[in-house]
Design a protein around this ligand. Structure first.
Ligand SMILES: [Zn+2]
Length: 267
């Protein structure tokens, strides 16, 4: 059995381009495919005969907020404006392709750390609070859907600035903010990790790395599958008539924790 699976993996092209959509769950063969592409995923394996569905947004105009406590290394209003500008620049590559159609808009500050019901997409730094994930993780994006649905209703990006130095200029000792965020924004739109080494959606990073600031053709291919030029938004009234609360259960699903991993160099 294992030999058979191995042959299937070897003889079957892993992926035409390498990118992977974030999905509700992965089948065993999809897990195997991703392992063979050296692309780790946090998506859980499908239960029973469930078929995983790709996560998607109903609109291609997405807003985001910055958590009001900002990044303490860059204090005051001047520092905040600098952070906001770096964040804005991190979204630009995803809006600058010939084939894609997504647009991002900065929508001010928020004090919320909620992942689900508020439907506020936010970016936050953990300077003082305890980082709730592994210290080997520099950044996490959490996508939320309604139970039983695969439409993303909320995406939040958290940066581990407590255990790591976050910078703007690609210094060898810093984790470059644009490098981190451009990757996390790929998760924001619904991409999982890619098996392409040079892709922005490749999951590992080091201090000083800046190559993820710019998109690889593999990332662009993923973007343009999710948000093609002829993308049509689906109306979402956000309320009562379309919420399948009773039909699908009562909850909100914190769908995936998709992280960029720090590989720490021991000098
Ligand atoms: Zn990641």
């Amino acid at each position: 059995m294992y030999y058979f699976l191995f042959l299937v993996v070897v003889l079957t092209p892993v992926s035409a381009s390498g990118f992977f959509r974030a999905k509700t769950c992965l089948t065993a063969s999809e897990h195997l495919e991703r392992l063979s592409a050296n692309a780790r995923s946090n998506t859980v394996e499908c239960l029973d005969d469930t078929v995983g569905k790709a996560l998607y947004w109903k609109t291609n105009i997405l807003t985001y907020k910055l958590h009001s406590r900002g990044l303490s290394r860059f204090p005051g209003e001047e520092g905040r404006l600098r952070v906001i500008d770096e964040i804005r620049r991190s979204f630009e590559p995803w809006m600058g392709t010939d084939c894609g159609s997504v647009r991002f808009q900065f929508d001010g500050l928020t004090t919320s750390f909620g992942h689900k019901k508020n439907r506020i997409n936010w970016i936050g730094f953990y300077d003082e609070e305890v980082w709730p994930y592994s210290t080997q993780v520099v950044a996490v994006t959490t996508l939320t859907t309604l139970t039983g649905d695969n439409a993303i209703i909320d995406a939040d990006i958290e940066i581990n600035s407590r255990d790591n130095v976050i910078g703007f200029d690609g210094a060898a000792s810093d984790y470059d903010l644009r490098n981190l965020l451009t990757h996390e924004i790929g998760h924001f739109i619904g991409l999982d990790h890619s098996g392409v080494f040079d892709a922005t959606m490749e999951l590992q990073t080091d201090p000083g790395q800046i190559k993820k600031r710019d998109l690889d053709p593999d990332d662009v291919a993923g973007l343009c599958e999710i948000f093609p030029a002829d993308f049509v938004s689906v109306q979402d009234d956000g309320c009562c008539s379309t919420l399948p609360a009773k039909k699908h259960g009562t909850g909100w699903v914190l769908f995936a924790f998709l992280a960029i991993i720090a590989i720490r160099r021991r000098v």
